[in-house]
Each structure stands twice: as structure tokens, then as C-alpha cells.
Ligand binder design. Structure first.
Ligand SMILES: Cc1cc2nc3c(=O)[nH]c(=O)nc-3n(C[C@H](O)[C@H](O)[C@H](O)COP(=O)(O)O)c2cc1C
Length: 296
């Protein structure tokens, strides 16, 4: 076991969903230490609602075999809890598509290649060949608040793994096969299967691991109250100018507009804010919150 020192920010930002692993085994002592660190996660009233089944060997293989047999027979299972919105709606739909196509693009899977997409989805149930599989479950009587605690625990575990230069992929895909999981692991009916996780050392040469996801920026998801966010502009540079506005809930939705006229120009150098709807008609759809960037 070799525990590295990493800065917290480096551990967080170097974590990514890893979808191909090397076969190198992870020592039991390392797994135990990672769980010990993750167990320092806070939970309201310190009730620590997490339960983990750690599968580094034969049980992992039995689970893989049981689930893939079902999958190959066209049984795609059914989740006990709803993870995704139904139906999908914006901006989440676009973000989801961006992620899906990004991954398939890295793997060279074209949009019409449904079989290859299915094969990629199937790799979830091999834990992406990771040497260790983890299954997370929660007492089904616990309400949604405990799922907050559990989510933090999952992140702690993934970050703790980085201290050992190990990689992970959280896998909600497993939730659909809760019955098989319960049977193979002998899990009580009193538990709900939340998700699985692959853990091991990333195979960096595999194209699945070349895909990088983006993030929306704090300016887009945070509202900084009581701060001056207005931009200062020189009126002389304002005609014509380019206005880029962003749907604050979805970085993928950027609109670029060349503006020729701006009513109510501010005094030279004066701070001001513009609402895009004052200037031009918005695209159809739900009202956009706008963030502005102005370029002369
Ligand atoms: C709770 C949870 C469940 C997830 N389930 C899956 C999954 O079943 N299969 C998969 O390939 N990725 C899964 N992911 C990975 C996400 O797609 C990934 O975290 C997201 O696209 C951001 O990319 P990054 O983790 O590389 O930053 C899951 C992530 C989370 C947080």
C-alpha cells in the first residue's frame, strides 16, 4: 500500500469516470484504507447510512456473469428508484447528449451504430474490466436526506482512491439489476441498491479514457449576491459590437448576436447591466437567464 499525498484540489480535478482498467489487483489493505477515509464523510446526525459490498474476486465474477447473462437475453432490468428525469427536458437533455456523443465519439461509434452502443453499455456490467467492483446499498426505510449523505460518501471514496493513484467509475447502470445483485450477494430485501462502482488502475491507452467532460462555470451556476457583477464598457467601442449570451443553466447553449444599436447607452466608462431581451427577440422556448459578454 502506498498512500500518496495529493492536494485536495488535484485529487478532485484528476478524478474522472474511468471506463477501461488494467488488471492489476488492488491490495485488500488499500481497499480497507480507502473505505476508512471515505467513512469520514459527514452525515446528518452521524447516522452513516452507507453500506458497501466489496467484490475483488470470485463473487465479482459471479455477479458479472449473472448480469451479463440477463443482459444478453434482452432483459435490461428495472430500477427501484428513478435516477433520470422522465421525460428529459432542457438544459439537461442537451448536456446528456453532449456527454453521450462525446464518449461515443472517443470510441469511434457513429450515431447509427446501435449495436456498438449496446456493447459499450454492456461493459458497465463487467465493471469495465476493473479488478474491484463495489455495490452500494441503503436501508430502504431511509428518506431522501440520507441519499445526500450517501452521495457525499461516494465522492469521498472516489477522491480517497486518487490518494493511491487509483481510478473509479460510479455506475448507476447496476441499479437496474438490483434483484440479481440481491440474489448473488445475499443482500437483504431491506436494502435498496443505489449503484455500483468500478475501481482499479486506469488503462490510459484505451480510447474510452480519452474522453473529457466539461463543466459549466461558477458564473453560470452560482449567484454571487452582493457583488458587483456589472461590466465596464467604453461607449465609444459599442457600435457595432458582438454580444454573446449564455443560457446560464446550460453552457452548451451559447448564442452569438451582432448588435448594431443599443438604446440607453451608458455614460462613458459607467458600470451597467443589459438584459438581452431589451435588445433583441429571444429564441423561442423557455425564458433564458442571460449572462453577457461584450466585445468591441
Ligand atoms: C451516481 C453516478 C452514476 C453514474 N453511472 C454511470 C454508469 O452507469 N455508467 C457510466 O459509464 N458512467 C456513469 N457515471 C459517470 C458519469 O457519466 C460521469 O461522472 C459524468 O459524465 C462526468 O464525467 P467525469 O466523471 O469524467 O467528470 C455516473 C456518475 C455518477 C455520479
Amino acid at each position: 500500500m502506498h498512500e500518496e499525498r495529493r492536494s485536495v484540489s488535484e485529487a478532485i480535478t484528476s478524478r474522472r469516470a474511468t471506463r477501461a482498467f488494467l488488471p492489476d489487483p488492488v491490495p485488500r489493505a488499500t481497499l480497507k484504507r480507502i473505505l476508512e477515509i471515505a467513512a469520514r464523510t459527514p452525515s446528518a446526525s452521524n447516522i452513516q447510512p452507507w453500506h458497501v459490498d466489496v467484490l475483488p474476486g470470485a463473487t465479482r465474477d459471479r455477479l458479472v456473469s449473472a448480469i451479463t447473462t440477463r443482459f444478453d437475453a434482452g432483459d435490461f432490468g428495472e430500477e427501484e428508484y428513478q435516477y433520470y428525469p422522465d421525460p428529459w427536458f432542457e438544459p439537461y437533455l442537451s448536456l446528456r447528449r453532449e456527454t453521450g456523443w462525446g464518449l461515443y465519439g472517443a470510441l469511434g461509434i457513429a450515431r447509427h451504430e446501435k449495436e456498438r452502443m449496446r456493447a459499450q453499455h454492456r461493459r458497465n456490467f463487467l465493471f469495465f474490466d476493473a479488478p474491484v467492483g463495489l455495490i452500494f446499498s441503503i436501508d430502504r426505510e431511509l428518506p431522501v436526506g440520507s441519499w445526500l449523505d450517501f452521495g457525499m460518501f461516494l465522492q469521498s471514496l472516489m477522491i480517497a482512491a486518487r490518494a493511491f493513484d487509483l481510478d473509479t467509475c460510479p455506475q448507476q447502470a447496476f441499479a437496474a439489476y438490483h434483484e440479481v445483485i440481491r440474489e448473488v450477494l445475499g443482500l437483504s430485501d431491506a436494502r435498496k441498491v443505489i449503484c455500483g462502482m468500478a475501481l482499479g488502475k486506469a488503462d490510459v491507452s484505451n480510447p474510452a479514457n480519452t474522453f473529457r467532460t466539461g463543466r459549466i462555470s461558477p458564473e453560470q451556476f452560482a449567484n454571487f449576491h452582493d457583488c458587483t457583477t456589472r461590466r465596464r464598457l467604453k461607449t465609444g467601442s459599442l457600435e457595432p459590437f458582438i454580444l454573446i449570451f449564455t443560457d446560464l443553466r446550460c453552457a452548451a447553449h451559447r448564442h452569438v448576436v451582432v448588435c448594431r444599436k443599443l438604446d440607453g447607452l451608458p455614460q462613458d466608462g459607467m458600470g451597467f447591466a443589459i438584459r438581452a431581451r431589451d435588445i433583441f427577440e429571444q429564441p423561442s422556448g423557455p425564458e433564458l437567464r442571460v449572462g453577457l459578454e461584450l466585445f468591441a
